[in-house]
Design a binder for this molecule. Structure first.
Ligand code: CO8
Length: 261
């Protein structure tokens, strides 16, 4: 991985910490930032010691205030398509990392920032966090997955209201509509994300990965197709050492010792 200019990346005790680090631009996603985000996420995916990822923003004002508007201002149509596809690929990578990724939303999560949070497995927010998809105010539409993930998360009507009005909502409203899982005190944000990741890491790693696959891919299928997917993935779990260990531990009234096999 080449030297990082736009984000901080640290790995500690099974958790990878990704901090978008352009506070002077409210951590806006420039092309270079997106490239770095993709490369650290690939590292987190490929490092077996990493069991989960926390994504947050540097400073106390913003998670990510969107794609970098100074770059959007001058893009041609062809460049805009490449830029949006590149963001979409990176966010798809996050959604399908095979490990939980928690967005620790510590301020503005607007446009591409809201889209980044939505690609994560779940979202924690501080009381002063703000969410929105204000692209139509700039004469464009969400381009990093907002028109697709927002309705899937909060329903079509609420998604269309947010995108068409370009309104910003506070953490309480985001929580009410299901965009945010939990609201957390600012000084507890990362600790709460770590606690959730540690709870997940205590479970069987293959079962965690296949749950993510079943839910992520199943949501794009009919119920009947999704149930067939679930059944096949359940069968894969049934072949693992961790299934033998998990069931034996339950029957033996002891804690399981999962190895990820
Ligand atoms: N891009 C670039 N710079 C930004 C961005 C951004 N998204 N957001 C804030 N900044 C900069 C400001 O220009 C300012 O810089 P400077 O100090 O040099 O003037 C600095 O950050 C601080 O911002 P403000 O002074 O505006 O701070 P305020 O507290 O007054 O306002 C807001 C905070 C409300 C968050 C305000 O900054 C704002 O509205 N930002 C823009 C939010 C937005 O519209 N986001 C959506 C962007 S579009 C998008 O994400 C589309 C995704 C698909 C991209 C496809 C690419 C082709």
């Amino acid at each position: 991985m080449s030297a990082l200019q736009n984000l901080l990346y640290e790995k500690k005790a099974g958790i990878a910490y990704v901090t978008l680090n352009r506070p002077k631009a409210l951590n806006a996603l420039s092309r270079a930032t997106l490239d770095e985000l993709r490369s650290v996420m690939e590292d987190a995916r490929d490092d077996a010691a990493v069991r989960g990822v926390i994504v947050t923003g540097a400073g106390d004002k913003a998670f990510v205030a969107g794609a970098d508007i100074t770059e959007i201002a001058s893009v041609s149509a062809i460049e805009a398509q490449a830029f949006t596809r590149s963001g979409q690929f990176t966010f798809d990578l996050i959604e399908h990392l095979g490990k939980p990724v928690i967005a620790a939303v510590n301020g503005f999560a607007l446009g591409g920032g809201c889209e980044l949070a939505m690609a994560c497995t779940l979202r924690l927010a501080t009381v002063h966090a703000k969410f929105g998809q204000p692209e139509v105010k700039l004469g464009v539409i969400p381009g990093f997955g907002g028109t697709q993930r927002l309705p899937r998360l909060v329903g079509k009507g609420r998604a269309l209201q947010l995108i068409l009005t370009a309104d910003t909502i506070d953490a309480a409203e985001a929580h009410r509509i299901g965009l945010v899982n939990e609201i957390v005190e600012a000084d507890q944000l990362v600790a709460r994300a770590e606690a959730i990741l540690n709870r997940i890491a205590a479970n069987a790693p293959i079962a965690t990965r296949l749950t993510l696959e079943a839910v992520n891919y199943g949501l794009d299928m009919t119920l009947a197709q999704g149930l067939v997917l679930e059944s096949g993935l359940f069968a894969v779990c049934a072949s693992t050492a961790d299934k033998r260990e998990g069931t034996a531990a339950f029957i033996g009234k002891r804690a399981p010792n999962f190895t990820g096999n």
